[in-house]
Design a protein around this ligand. Sequence first.
Ligand code: TNX
Length: 517
Amino acid sequence: MTQAESLPLLPKPIRAERREGSYRVDATTQLSIQTSGSEDVRRLSSAARSTLNLPLPLAQGSAGIRIEVDAAQENALGREGYRLSVTAQGVCVISAQPAGAFYAIQTLRQLLPADLSAGSSGWQIPCVEIEDRPRFAWRGMMLDCCRHFWPLSFVKRFIDLIAMHRMNSFHWHLTDDQGWRIEIRKYPRLTEIGAWRRESLVGHLKDEPRRFDGQRHGGFYTQEQIREIVAYAADRYINVMPEIEMPGHARAAIAAYPELGCVDYPLEPWTLWGISGENTVNADDSTIRFFQDVLAEVVELFPSKFIHIGGDEANKDFWVNNPRIQSRIRELGLKDEHELQAWFIRQMDEFLTDRGRRLVGWDEIREGGLAAGAVVMSWRGPEGAIEGARSGHDVVMAHTKYTYLDHYQGPPETEPLAIHGFTPLEKAYAFDPIPPELTAEQARHILGLQAQLWTEYIAEPSHAEYMIFPRACALSEVMWSQPEGRDFGEFRQRLVPHLARLKAQNVNYRPLDPYPA
Ligand code: TNX
């Protein structure tokens, strides 16, 4: 009997034991699924078929692979946990919810050879007893589709890859200064004008002189395509949380509808990266209504309980000197720019709360008073998380130093151009998402964590994959596995066969550095 370490499983399950013997699955192997919803039978059977690359016809009663979803198991296994037994007689999965069975299928796949493309002559599965459940309920990844636009096919591949790592949340960054990427029926200029920028920066923002490629760049997702992605993700037990940025990072919207802005000259979708005061919207009643109209369409498209409204990097220094903003602050009887931002966010929070949703925002939403049910996405450091959790708000950890996959992962001289930073694999793996300052009670507000791919300097799918992997593998383990006994050397041993699986899917991951260095 060996422990989880020697099995090539990633993220590492709570308990995994190798047993004597093996079981063979092949083209004749049948699948049985016991669960109440026919939708889940479809989802789980198609997940099992595509993951194992076998036809797996459905059988009633005794099948080679049996999946049983039984809500009564929730005490033992949690909402997303599962038990997976492979014996000489067959494969048996038990879970309380269908999502748990989906994760069992992901784990089962890791017991098979790396490359399953050879066809269905069959695979030998080692006998195991695995019991597993995630440490955190929020296991997410963000994709910035604004700085560079990603085709639907890549968005789907991104979802497939995060599902493989047992993540359950896709944060879709849909609006920013450089592009508005979601069709809004009421305001067509958002995509007619806002989805297209004149050109893109070549090289780094700090390079002098700045150079541009002269190529129009853009694109957007129609409402039909958005529904397709939401359904695609749901089939993989992934929630899609959209992000609509306000009051900052809104230049593409202002380019389309200048009355939203704080300046009286026209703006274009931005061709630079960074922060600019011009890129914030004003707080007029009509602007509040505009964004609420946008959110009204957003909640129709996305069943997600959580809706992200951005809230980061609204330039308050610019607001200090902006007469329009200053008179609005006085009109509303507010103290300062921070209170104005808080007031703005509160209008959105009330709107979303009335519709049964919860607002999520980057940690700046705490400044000037935080809306009651809001969730803080803590990116600038642990402070936002600590203060948020202490004041009873739920928090998602998205700490820049550990979870930003646009940062360098090796010495800059040997890496493709990146924004800045240094987050090698080992550092991402060392992330401890629970700040030690919190009591156990407060720590319950840490819902989980999220990795982010900002794409200012990333324009191609293969480059995106290079930045994501293998750091997302390390972070998936921080999201899912228990922290006791965590050891980078041991993780790295399991990562080697895992990378072979990614390679078989043509994922362009960054090769590992030698270890020890
Ligand atoms: C900060 S994280 C931003 C993004 C940038 C990112 C680059 C956050 C809430 N805002 O707009 O793309 O840094 O790393």
